[in-house]
Design a protein around this ligand. Structure first.
Ligand code: ADP
Length: 293
């Protein structure tokens, strides 16, 4: 049985309505998985495919989308089912056709602030997931500094050493981990539900112009980490930041902490892609060390 037959059967069972694929269209834009829109005469679904070992990644993505949807704050695709067929894992979700390229960025800011109001008792999440293709450890911690050091920076620095970047990042990284309590002194943020990978490729607007967020790497943490990432690769307008800040102002100290949070993503890029990201991470660590004094 082909993976597409298996997916069509799974959709039929999950929705209680027979589904037979009559059209299939590959979609570009993703970094990790291949994406396809499938349809019959009545319905469309968005399908991601990867190797069978990616099943747990898809299970975590599905749970992350559910977590975001449950807040009622912002639209995200509703996951339908996931599984394995032969050598491939799949994730099927609601297909959300794109609307205007430039939508209401202020509404995106407001809705993100509302999503960040959703809180947990601790930092972390009930399951581990991935950031890009890298495992992300969501073991719960009640101390934010410990969470950011042990569950975010340290695993990326260890991976960097295994990838051969110890000479550039080893000593610097250890010193930064020692200085972390100083950089985060007195900072015990609200454990907010985060998107976790909020770059400009992961939001869009639906056909009614409503904001949609895709492809999350959710956990509960400092909302500043989501905001910091929006600044890292650009693509978010001043309207977005104004609306976010007027809904829920950011506390003092964000201007320094944002580099600490973005370091995680730059280390991850260094581990995934190497190249200039290794030196960029080293430069960020040096600046943070000089801030820490
Ligand atoms: P990957 O996991 O490979 O990074 P993404 O989830 O980021 O893939 O999806 C790639 C692109 O496809 C997104 O940037 C978005 O534009 C689009 N997309 C993702 N999910 C949907 C969906 N459910 N409906 C419509 N378009 C989607």
């Amino acid at each position: 049985m082909s993976v597409w037959t298996a997916i069509a059967e799974h959709i039929s069972t999950a929705t209680g309505q027979p589904f037979r694929i009559s059209g299939r269209r590959a979609v570009g834009g993703g970094c990790i998985n291949s994406a396809t829109v499938i349809q019959d005469d009545e319905r469309c679904f968005f399908v991601k495919l990867n190797d069978a070992e990616s099943l747990s990644m898809f299970a975590a993505e599905s749970a992350g989308l559910e977590e975001i949807i449950a807040t009622g704050a912002i639209r995200a695709p509703r996951p339908l089912c996931h599984g394995v067929s032969g050598t491939q894992a799949y994730l099927v979700m609601e297909y959300i056709p794109g609307g205007p390229a430039r939508g209401d960025m202020a509404l995106l800011g407001e809705q993100l602030a509302a999503m960040h109001q959703a809180r947990a008792a601790d930092y972390g999440w009930k399951i581990d997931n991935t950031i890009g293709a890298t495992p992300q450890d969501n073991t719960r911690e009640d101390d934010w500094c410990r969470f950011w050091g042990e569950r975010r920076l340290a695993p990326q620095l260890e991976l960097a050493a295994r990838n051969g970047y110890a000479a550039t990042l080893g000593r610097r990284g250890s010193r930064l981990l020692e200085k972390l309590p100083r950089l985060l002194e007195g900072h015990q943020p609200h454990p907010s539900l985060l998107h976790g990978d909020l770059w400009s490729g992961n939001y869009a607007f639906d056909s009614q112009g409503r904001p949609v967020i895709f492809d999350p790497a959710v956990y509960y943490g400092d909302r500043e980490a989501d905001l910091a990432m929006t600044e890292l690769f650009g693509g978010f307008s001043p309207d977005f930041y104004r609306a976010y800040e007027s809904a829920w102002p950011l506390p003092e100290g964000y201007a320094v902490r944002k580099h600490l949070y973005n370091l995680y993503h730059i280390l991850n890029h260094a581990n995934l892609f190497g190249g200039g990201y290794v030196n960029q991470a080293a430069g960020m660590i040096d600046r943070l060390l000089s801030e820490a004094g």
